[in-house]
Design a protein around this ligand. Structure first.
Ligand code: ADP
Ligand code: MG
Length: 236
């Protein structure tokens, strides 16, 4: 049963059952970067940030607000949420080894890039990591980047999944299928969190309909419908 507070009487389903309507879906991809350190994780709503570059023309013209859609993450086999993950055979604390893309490793990656690792070498490293694309529903905030005096877009994605470790540096692809609501000003954190939690419910329910669910998910649970939306771009 759905029991979250819904003070503003917002609809739980957005868009027609048939699926996303033009100009959706929009696409975007990149490696997860550090965000603005606004403590989203402390609020229980971590947001994975993607760099917005010149290729993402749609994002420059679209309204600021909250969007929904699908995220695909190329989690390395060392990530606890990877389908390829094998639990380390040890009784020692393993935090250091199971976090695949900690800030430390990112730093190292940057140093290696500075040293000039060839693209071929990089590809080999990715292979060795045995990454595999995994698809999840998501809600996304598109706004203005406070670091650039609010002139450059920012893109932050809350993936609707519980992760056993961070995934900074991991490649992420987004299929943005619809708009949930405009940005809002809040008088307090509680109202902000309640609205975001409701956004997550809207996305979860709206994206569960077969016209909105990507085919590539397959049957997730017995009795559930298979999606009809083309999500091949997410796993290509
Ligand atoms: P930052 O300011 O660096 O973006 P956040 O507090 O927003 O920090 O946390 C974001 C990070 O949390 C992501 O980059 C990702 O590595 C991790 N994370 C863990 N679970 C999730 C999730 N469900 N959705 C998005 N990011 C998540
Ligand atoms: Mg963030």
């Amino acid at each position: 049963m759905f029991s979250l507070p819904n003070p503003n009487n917002r609809p739980l389903l957005i868009g027609p059952p048939s699926g996303p309507e033009p100009p959706y879906p929009f696409r975007m991809e990149g490696k997860v970067i550090s965000g603005f350190g606004r403590g989203s994780k402390e609020l229980g709503i971590p947001t994975a940030n993607l760099p917005v570059d010149d290729e993402n023309t749609w994002i420059k013209h679209i309204d600021s607000g909250i969007y929904m859609g699908w995220a695909s993450l190329k989690l390395p086999a060392s990530h606890p949420n990877s389908a390829l993950y094998e639990k380390p055979h040890t009784t020692e604390p393993v935090m250091e080894t199971i976090i695949p893309s900690s800030h430390e490793q990112l730093k190292q990656q940057h140093t290696e890039e500075e040293k000039g690792v060839s693209p071929a070498q990089e590809e080999k490293n990715v292979d060795q990591e045995r990454g595999q694309w995994q698809i999840y529903p998501m809600v996304m905030s598109i706004g203005y980047n406070p670091f650039y005096k609010n002139t450059v877009r920012s893109a932050e994605v809350h993936v609707l999944e519980k992760f056993g470790a961070d995934f900074y540096g991991v490649e992420m692809r987004l299929l943005v299928t619809g708009f949930i609501r405009n940005e809002k000003d809040y008088s307090g954190l509680e109202a902000l969190i309640a609205d975001i939690e409701f956004d997550c419910e809207v996305a979860k329910h709206s994206l569960a309909r077969k016209g909105w669910k990507v085919k590539e998910l397959g049957v997730v649970r017995e009795g559930e419908e298979v999606g009809e939306l083309d999500g091949s771009w997410l796993v290509r």
